[in-house]
Ligand binder design. Structure first.
Ligand SMILES: N[C@@H](CCC(=O)N[C@@H](CS)C(=O)NCC(=O)O)C(=O)O
Length: 210
């Protein structure tokens, strides 16, 4: 049995989309950051970084969103959420997952949590700079998605779910996600999927999704 430790709309929503898409059985355990539940000894024993998500597959534990999604895609080949090993498309999944986690997701961490990097008097400038990085990365994604329905090849993969989370996080950046026409088209189509609607419902997130 799988167990996903999550907080509403945070990075945990990517494996949540994937679990819903696969149709796997899983338990959802809410972690309330306002109560410091991600910093308790019990949680830190699972994920020493104190970050969300954490995932359990039976008695095995995994942290890092990308690793959890790759694990699920590999263990559910019938869901076809990752191309076959050894194909070029498989390597493209690695490329985009790495790009999204190492670039865009990190930009967001710095945008939303400037206190980890600079002192309070620099927050506003720092956030402006980080928003600029977000926008440049969204431009790269928008160019890539021109004429495409999915991030990789012509099939849905875990990368598309990653994009949806990050597109949602970009909704308050200037210019927002919806000013990127190709990203918007792909995300709108994704948001019609039953798995995505179920995930948002289960996390108590209402429209607009991004
Ligand atoms: N690289 C990690 C980053 C996870 C991460 O930063 N999660 C955020 C929520 S999106 C978190 O746990 N924040 C804890 C905090 O705000 O103290 C992953 O992708 O799993």
């Amino acid at each position: 049995m799988y167990k996903l430790y999550y907080s509403q709309g945070l990075a945990s929503i990517v494996p949540h989309f994937v679990l819903q898409e696969i149709g796997a059985e899983f338990d959802l355990v809410e972690i309330d950051r306002s109560k410091g539940e991600h910093q308790t000894p019990e949680y830190l024993a699972l994920n020493p970084n104190g970050r969300i998500p954490t995932f359990k597959d039976g008695d095995k534990v995994l942290f890092e969103t990308a690793a959890i999604c790759l694990h699920l895609a590999d263990h559910h080949p019938e869901a076809k959420l990752i191309p076959l090993l050894g194909t070029y498309e498989r390597s493209e999944v690695y490329q985009w997952i790495t790009f999204l986690t190492n670039s865009l997701q990190v930009d967001f961490w710095q945008f939303y949590r400037p206190e980890f990097y600079v002192t309070a008097e620099h927050y506003a400038d720092y956030k402006t700079v980080m928003a600029g990085h977000v926008v440049r990365h969204l431009e790269v994604l928008d160019v890539h998605l021109k004429g495409r329905d999915f991030m990789v090849g012509n099939q849905l993969t875990i990368v598309d779910f990653y994009l949806l989370m990050l597109g949602r996080w970009s909704r308050h950046i200037t210019p927002p996600t919806r000013s990127f026409p190709h990203i918007t088209r792909v995300l709108e189509s994704l948001c019609n999927r039953t798995s995505v609607i179920r995930t948002f419902d289960r996390e108590g997130i209402s429209l607009p999704y991004f």
